[in-house]
Design a protein around this ligand. Structure first.
Ligand SMILES: C[S@@+](CC[C@H](N)C(=O)[O-])C[C@H]1O[C@@H](n2cnc3c(N)ncnc32)[C@H](O)[C@@H]1O
Length: 595
């Protein structure tokens, strides 16, 4: 159908047009046979009126018609037979449309025709191949229909044969152009169904197709799961290929994804068994280890060191022993100025002479605890208790905000009005639990520059793998909540806040605990205090169960006022430096709270 229309265009361009029936005057030939028939009829109709005057003219007309007929027949046969593009680089047989070459005798495909008119030379081979491959790819799936539609639309709007018209394509009438464009479309449709054979198509096969949607990454490069999560699956693609997920380590945001996305999982066998047997190790909440105390609200003291009068031993032994004036005063000798120099034995905190073989363990009722892996001798410095030095007011604030939901308290009395807070920064000493019959005690030694060292010392010889404990001797701030003691020793006082020798009825304990914020600070007893054993204390524990529960407390526990025991006064009086470990008066603290 389309090719016959091409013929009609050829009629219009011939000189013999007037002798050939036009579509207006006669029926339009649909096939080459029809065209021949029309010509024969014309010839025969002319021959029905032979006159002697016009016989020569008739012969001439017949000859002309015969020639025209031959030309038309040739044209028809050429059009029907397979025409090849005159460009040696192209040689296509089924282009979108045919164009005359520059000489007007041969034929070129539409693209080559436009190209040669624009540039004056033949379309190169690689350009021909590329366009052929592109065409084949474009029309090789359903998307081609959309493209064809858009091409049709564009052409009907512009009424032109392509963008190259600016380069001076063959000028034609509107009718011709319309016809050509129609031809063009029809042939394009036929091209869509039977694509042009390609020689080098495979090389362009992997070229990106224009309709393929670009995938934008909404997360890290290697987060495959996340990347493809929101992209809908393609239809009619059969089984989806498995995507690689473990080529690279997963990005950090993958953790968030796992947390938000609930998935079933199985614990490894060994972990499961350990969990069932209750031997699964937990880890304590993180804290920062610090090399010295941190002063939050004031500057560190820088006083002039007090020098002892010891003499450097000539036999090579250690200096500053029991007789050292500084030692007696719980005062460490200066590293620079001590007369015993490097033989001085009164610089344990400064030289960090402590037990290093310690480990954090988990206890049944007390949370984590600390134990030694090696035997420790009596009087040995085990570890320094470090933390942030803060005022009581700040401690109060922290208890209400920072440590509001914490079960454990890490405050330890530092100096009057100040607390050592090991909650977020400190040493392993923060894990040492309370016991009513402890194996350690706290000592406060003054550094040569004036600040305090708070150390845990062995009260007796300690065997390896023993939990380290000291008596907290909690002071309560403003009627603070007291904690039940689970030390499990026969001499347990029931509550961690009960001072040595104190007797409190369970009723009074409950009354105090009610509604009060949990503000407690550990005020350790001096070594001397810890040696004092009162008979009243032994009586008070008689009613307590060995596991520390208070269910069967003896009613003989009489309520006593919370005040410092006489033993403390005596100890502080005997050693002025022990004022540092003196207890905070409850009344004074109550006043403080009101402020
Ligand atoms: C300095 S922390 C000791 C370390 C703590 N167990 C932990 O897990 O981090 C003090 C806290 O331990 C707990 N604790 C210590 N000794 C205890 C005892 N004998 N009975 C019950 N709880 C105890 C209390 O909660 C107390 O506030």
């Amino acid at each position: 159908m389309g090719k016959v229309k091409v013929l009609r265009t050829q009629y219009n361009t011939r000189s013999a047009r007037r002798t050939i029936p036009t579509p207006e005057s006669s029926s339009q030939p649909d096939t080459p046979e029809d065209a021949s028939q029309i010509i024969q009829q014309t010839v025969s109709s002319d021959s029905t009126i032979p006159t002697p005057e016009s016989s020569a003219q008739v012969n001439l007309t017949r000859e002309t018609i015969q020639t025209v007929s031959n030309v038309i027949n040739t044209t028809i046969s050429t059009a029907i037979s397979e025409r090849i593009c005159g460009n040696p680089n192209c040689q296509t047989r089924e282009p979108s449309a045919w164009r005359r070459d520059l000489a007007g005798t041969g034929w070129l495909c539409n693209a080559c025709g436009l190209f040669i008119r624009a540039r004056g030379f033949h379309r190169p081979k690689d350009v021909c191949l590329a366009s052929a491959a592109k065409l084949q790819a474009m029309y090789s799936n359903s998307q081609s229909i959309k493209l064809q539609k858009s091409v049709k639309q564009r052409r009907s709007q512009n009424n032109c044969d392509g963008p190259d018209n600016d380069y001076g394509t063959q000028p034609s009438t509107t009718a011709q152009t319309t016809e050509l464009s129609l031809v063009d479309e029809d042939v394009m449709m036929s091209e869509a169904s039977t694509p042009e054979p390609m020689n080098d198509a495979s090389s362009i096969k992997n070229e990106k197709r224009p309709w393929e949607k670009k995938i934008y990454l909404n997360c890290g490069l290697y987060s495959v799961d996340l990347k493809y999560k929101d992209i809908p699956k393609r239809r009619n693609k059969g089984k989806q290929k498995e995507r690689p997920t473990e080529i690279f380590p997963l990005p950090i945001q993958y953790g968030t994804f796992l947390m938000t996305e609930e998935r079933n999982f199985r614990l490894p066998w060994d972990v499961m068994i350990a969990h069932k047997q209750g031997i699964l190790k937990r880890r304590p909440a993180p804290y920062k280890k610090i090399p010295c105390n941190i002063f939050i609200e004031r500057r560190r003291k820088h006083e002039k060191p007090v020098v002892c009068q010891c003499i450097l031993p000539s036999d090579g032994g250690t200096g500053c022993t029991e007789e050292c004036y500084n030692r007696v005063m719980f005062y460490e000798c200066s590293l620079k100025d001590c007369p015993c120099k490097d033989k001085c034995s009164n610089q344990r905190f400064q030289k960090k002479e402590r037990v290093k073989e310690l480990e954090v363990i988990e206890t049944p009722n007390k949370g984590f605890g600390l134990r030694t892996k090696v035997p420790i001798k009596k009087g040995q410095l085990i570890i320094e208790y470090r933390g942030e030095v803060i005022s009581h007011e700040t401690a109060m604030q922290r208890m209400e905000t920072l440590y509001k939901n914490r079960r454990h308290s890490y405050f330890l009395d530092y100096e009057k009005g100040e607390v050592l807070d090991g909650g977020s920064r400190g040493t392993e000493a923060r894990f040492i639990n309370h016991s009513c019959a402890p194996n350690c005690h706290i000592e406060k030694w003054r550094a040569p520059q004036g600040e305090l060292f708070v150390g845990v010392f062995a009260s007796k010889n300690i065997v390896a793998r023993t939990e380290l404990t000291y008596d907290y001797n909690f002071s309560k701030f403003g009627g603070a909540e007291e904690q039940l003691c689970y030390c499990g020793t026969p001499t347990c006082r029931g509550l961690m806040g009960s001072k040595r020798g104190q007797k409190e009825s369970i009723k009074s304990i409950k009354k105090k605990v009610k509604g009060a914020p949990a503000i407690t600070a550990c005020t350790p007893l001096s070594p001397k205090e810890q040696l004092v054993e009162t008979s009243a204390q032994e009586e008070s524990i008689a009613g307590l169960l060995s596991d520390g529960s208070l269910s069967s407390v003896d009613s003989s526990l009489a309520a006593t006022p919370t005040e410092s025991s006489p033993s403390i006064s005596s100890s502080t009086a005997s050693n002025p430096l022990l004022l540092a470990v003196d207890m905070l008066e409850v009344d004074m603290l109550d006043d403080l709270m009101e402020l």
